[in-house]
Design a binder for this molecule. Structure first.
Ligand code: PAN
Ligand code: ZN
Length: 192
């Protein structure tokens, strides 16, 4: 390969490690979500209370861009392996405040399930694994579930002005839940 002979030097852009989703960049924001932040999210609230409050369930690192119309954000979610009772660790899940704004997820590490809950249609799900690509349509709530033993990392790209609406899903939550049972991973209707 020829070496670069340039009179004008290009900037070195931020980088992402595609095996882990970790960014190497100057402007990063981090958000950590622990067991104490997830009251009412898992089916078995008393099992949640038995876990240490400060146990980290997931962490998001976001490449900062301007918060303005037309801009995009990129961020990686790292969801730990673990369970509350027999229910796998999962993100809180949300609709976008701007419901019409869609998103892409890219599975990078580990394995799990993406739960998708459209406003006006039954919930459905997709397998997440290294290399999986997920289009999250408009008007659709989304949540990651880690069904494996490794960290589940997924890179996401979404409109900077989409916002997160966590309230609209409460108190019922998603209509599908994912459990670890003796004979495997079970995806069940939440009200069973
Ligand atoms: C993701 C999520 C991330 C954490 O970046 O925000 O997975 O999940 P919760 O926001 O539900 O806690 C995304 O979907 N952004 O729009
Ligand atoms: Zn989202």
């Amino acid at each position: 390969m020829k070496s670069l002979q340039l009179n004008v030097f290009p900037c070195v852009p931020p980088q992402v490690d595609l095996l882990t989703g970790r960014f190497d960049a100057e402007n990063l924001q981090y958000k950590s979500t622990c067991i104490r932040d997830l009251v009412g999210i898992f089916r078995d609230e008393s099992a949640r209370q038995l876990l240490p409050d400060s146990l980290e369930v997931y962490r998001v690192e976001i490449l900062v861009s301007p918060q303005q119309e037309g801009e995009l954000l990129a961020g990686t979610t790292h969801l730990m392996p673990g369970k509350v009772g027999d229910e796998f660790f999962m993100t809180r899940g949300h609709f976008h405040q701007r419901r019409e704004q869609a998103e892409f997820y890219f599975g990078l590490r580990g394995c799990g399930i993406l739960l998708l809950q459209p406003e006006a249609a039954p919930a459905y799900s997709e397998l997440v694994f290294a290399g999986s690509v997920h289009h999250i349509p408009s008007f659709t709530a989304h949540r990651l579930v880690n069904t494996g033993n490794d960290i589940l990392s997924a890179l996401a790209v979404w409109p900077a002005m989409a916002g997160h609406d966590y309230q609209a899903l409460q108190p019922e939550g998603f209509s599908l839940r994912v459990y670890d049972r003796e004979d495997g991973v079970f995806l069940e209707a939440a009200n069973v």
